[in-house]
Design a protein around this ligand. Structure first.
Ligand SMILES: *[C@@H]1O[C@H](CO)[C@@H](O)[C@H](O)[C@H]1NC(C)=O
Ligand SMILES: *[C@@H]1O[C@H](CO)[C@@H](O)[C@H](O)[C@H]1NC(C)=O
Ligand SMILES: *[C@@H]1O[C@H](CO)[C@@H](O)[C@H](O)[C@H]1NC(C)=O
Ligand SMILES: *[C@@H]1O[C@H](CO)[C@@H](O)[C@H](O)[C@H]1NC(C)=O
Ligand SMILES: *[C@@H]1O[C@H](CO)[C@@H](O)[C@H](O)[C@H]1NC(C)=O
Ligand SMILES: *[C@@H]1O[C@H](CO)[C@@H](O)[C@H](O)[C@H]1NC(C)=O
Length: 342
């Protein structure tokens, strides 16, 4: 029994290692083969990945590369891919983004019709006059995205071959309120700002008062018009002479000046230019400067709009003597004099 036991024990002792070693060996070989397989697979996958990336760069996302773009311009040059149509042959024409920042009755409507007379400019009007579009920052940014993706439709849309796309934006339509996010957006998306102000703020005030009077009075056959296209219409609208509250006159002028200065301070980090209505009227080379600023091929720009208030200011205000007395001797005195001819 004891021998048997020891034999059995010995036998098992001897056989076990001979049985175990091929198993271990096999396992090692198997593991090695698996490791090799996984390694080869990984390399293959890597190659397929880089290969497909390479293909997609070459075929799907082939970048547009317009000639004559200077290094500094690159952040301001865009190739939008609209969702609503195809830019076709103009797919690789570079597009600049702009916004005309202005105040009511500063000539921005007239300025915009001039810009839109350019074959490659789409300035889409006062899109934020609709309150819902400026109800919060996300609504504003969503609207901006649509405009700059060329997916905004207005009578000014030039679709495929736009070289500059933008709109006009009054400072009191969310610009001042949400300036931080808007400036961040302008810098991130490469939007250029065109500030358009009026030097003679007294003339602007008369225009504001007359326009708000006409909003109710509707002097032109029962319709209110902010801008007119014939001298006859202009004459009718200019018949109304507003009364200016002389107590509020200087505080109002100061407030407009302060808003202007604040807006320029807020937007000083953006690419911008500052224009004055009077300068454009007196010197048409200013329009060439604007086209140069937007980097579009220069054209002769035209507008059909007719100025409503012309000539001497003393004939446009009911209480001229009060106004004259209030401003005489102040730094606003120059506003009393006609400072441009038309
Ligand atoms: C664009 O084209 C210019 C020459 O016209 C070349 O020097 C530049 O490397 C190109 N850029 C890209 C991103 O292809
Ligand atoms: C912003 O306004 C729109 C419509 O006025 C509304 O649907 C949306 O929920 C608002 N978003 C935020 C973040 O308040
Ligand atoms: C301007 O528009 C015309 C006509 O649509 C087009 O042929 C031309 O390429 C455009 N120019 C630019 C700079 O986009
Ligand atoms: C009002 O309409 C009539 C007829 O259409 C026209 O003759 C007249 O000039 C219009 N008046 C104004 C102020 O536009
Ligand atoms: C001018 O405005 C002030 C403040 O609103 C008002 O008290 C005053 O009566 C106004 N004057 C005239 C002539 O309307
Ligand atoms: C018109 O404006 C240009 C620059 O925009 C300036 O160089 C030129 O001197 C101006 N001409 C007059 C007459 O002011």
């Amino acid at each position: 029994m004891a021998e048997d036991f020891s034999f059995f024990n010995k036998d098992s002792f001897i056989i076990k290692p001979t049985k175990k070693s091929p198993l271990v060996l096999r396992m090692v070989v198997l593991m090695f083969a698996m490791a090799c397989g996984v390694y080869i697979c990984l390399i293959c996958l890597k190659q397929i990945n880089t290969h497909s990336k390479f293909i997609s760069v070459q075929v799907i996302d082939r970048p547009c590369n317009a000639s004559g773009i200077e290094q500094w311009e690159i952040p301001y040059v865009h190739y939008p891919k609209p969702n609503t149509f195809s830019r076709d042959e103009c797919t690789c024409n570079p597009v600049r983004f702009f916004a005309i920042l202005s105040m009511q009755r500063s000539g921005s409507g007239w300025f915009e019709t001039l810009l839109n007379s350019h074959i490659n400019v789409s300035s889409n009007g006062e899109i934020f006059s609709v309150k819902q579009r400026r109800s919060n920052v996300s609504e504003i940014l969503k609207t901006l995205d649509t405009v700059y993706n060329l997916d905004w439709f207005s009578s000014a849309s030039k679709n495929g071959c736009s070289a500059a796309v933008g709109f006009k934006w009054m400072l009191n339509q969310g610009v001042m309120e949400h300036h931080q996010e808007i400036v961040e957006y302008f810098n991130r998306r490469g939007v250029s700002a065109i500030f358009l102000f009026r030097r003679n703020l007294l003339r602007r005030m008369i225009s504001v008062l007359a326009n708000s009077y006409d909003r109710d009075a509707k002097l032109l056959n029962g319709t209110h018009k902010s801008h007119v296209h014939s001298p006859h219409e202009a004459k009718i609208l200019a018949k109304f002479k507003p009364i200016i509250n002389s107590t509020l006159l200087i505080p109002n002028l100061k407030q407009v000046e302060a808003t202007t200065a604040k807006a320029l301070e807020y937007f000083k980090s953006t690419r911008h230019t500052i224009l004055y209505y009077e300068d454009i009227i007196n010197n048409r080379t200013k329009l060439m400067d604007v086209q140069e600023f937007l980097r579009i091929p220069p054209e002769e720009l035209k507008s059909r709009q007719v100025k409503i208030h012309k000539g001497s200011l003393s004939e446009q205000v009911e209480n001229w003597d009060d106004v004259h007395k209030t401003l005489k001797g102040t730094r606003y005195e120059s506003f009393l004099h006609a400072d441009y001819q038309m």
